[in-house]
Design a protein around this ligand. Structure first.
Ligand code: NAP
Length: 289
């Protein structure tokens, strides 16, 4: 049980975390801060937070747990804003979708207090953002990847693990670099492709007509293209090196399949589709191998 959560970023992810902790009786009080006072006020009206803080620093004052749930590009500035009130007993976490940039920012800014920081990425979310969509069940049954570094304190890592498990998550640990490589492949590149496909269709003269004919396959494939533009701008830039590596691998695969189609090489095309089809049929979310 925590006494006070300092929540910085009262949006979808932060708001859902606060609601889950409150519902589970895991925190007594939530003090929140968001960039726009109207967001913080809305969060209080909705019962997501109990007290509005006028700054990130004051949201941290008196907290024994702090969650950064801001765009990844705002992480470093947020660490700078709060570092003077960080104590060794405070558990600090984030929920950013990229981890190497977040850990680098923590190393630069938190210095002696870096041991209190447990970087986290919950594999949960929605295409919609904002506190209006905060949901106490968002994290239930989902994976959370923790990416501790050598200086992360074991006691804080244990507290973080216990807390995510208490709200129904399965906790896994990875190195930040391994996390970013994996999520470039299974999240960041798929989003980029989905955005690019929507672009490609809508930017051609008959694109709107084509869209009116699209069915469930198209709907499923492009669901993630409706995601928040600012959030995804940040993620794609923060993980650009791994993203480019994965894009090169994808481009080779795409070129091979197009070549087989151009050559009317049905045998090769079928072999490749068969491999893809089997991999997808055997895939289960969160299941290893
Ligand atoms: P969101 O609903 O837009 O919430 C972000 C919140 O952060 C907003 O309340 C925003 O305030 C606030 N904010 C922005 N800049 C700030 C700053 N400099 N200081 C304080 N508050 C600031 O976005 P979200 O979906 O919760 O995403 C938050 C984080 O979760 C991101 O790092 C994202 O990578 C990660 N994440 C998201 C998902 C997902 O599916 N959404 C999944 C996994 C991880 P205003 O309302 O005033 O703009």
């Amino acid at each position: 049980m925590f006494e006070q959560l300092g929540l910085i970023g009262c949006g979808l992810m932060g708001g859902s975390f606060a609601l889950a902790l409150k519902r589970g009786g895991l925190v007594k009080r939530v003090v929140g801060y968001s960039k726009s006072p109207s967001t913080t006020e809305r969060a209080r009206q909705m019962g997501v937070i109990d007290v509005e803080a006028p700054s990130a620093l004051l949201a941290v004052s008196g907290a024994d747990i702090v969650l950064l749930a801001v765009p990844v590009s705002a992480t470093e500035a947020t660490f700078k804003a709060i570092r003077h009130l960080i104590t060794g007993n405070m558990l600090i976490m984030d929920v950013g979708s990229t981890k190497r940039d977040v850990v680098d920012a923590a190393r630069r800014v938190l210095r002696d207090h870096i041991g209190s920081f447990v970087p986290a990425h919950p594999i949960a979310g929605k295409e919609v953002s904002g506190v209006e969509h905060a949901d106490p069940d968002l994290y239930h049954g989902k994976q959370v990847i923790l990416t501790p570094i050598e200086r992360t304190q074991v006691t804080h890592l244990k507290r973080a693990t216990d807390l995510w498990e208490a709200i129904g998550c399965q906790v896994t640990q990875m190195a930040p670099e391994a996390h970013d490589a994996a999520f470039a492949a299974v999240s960041h590149l798929p989003h980029l492709i989905s955005f690019a496909l929507m672009h490609a269709i809508t930017n051609q003269p008959l694109g709107r007509d084509f869209l009116s004919l699209a069915g469930p396959g198209f709907r499923d494939f492009t669901r993630i293209a409706a995601s928040d533009p600012k959030m995804w701008r940040d993620i794609l830039i923060a993980n650009k090196h791994e993203l480019i590596e994965q894009a090169k691998i994808f481009q080779r695969s795409l070129a091979n399949m197009l070549q087989a189609a151009e050559n009317s090489d049905g045998e090769e095309l079928e072999r490749m589709i068969n491999l893809a089809s089997l991999s997808r049929a055997n895939w289960r979310m969160g299941q290893k191998k």
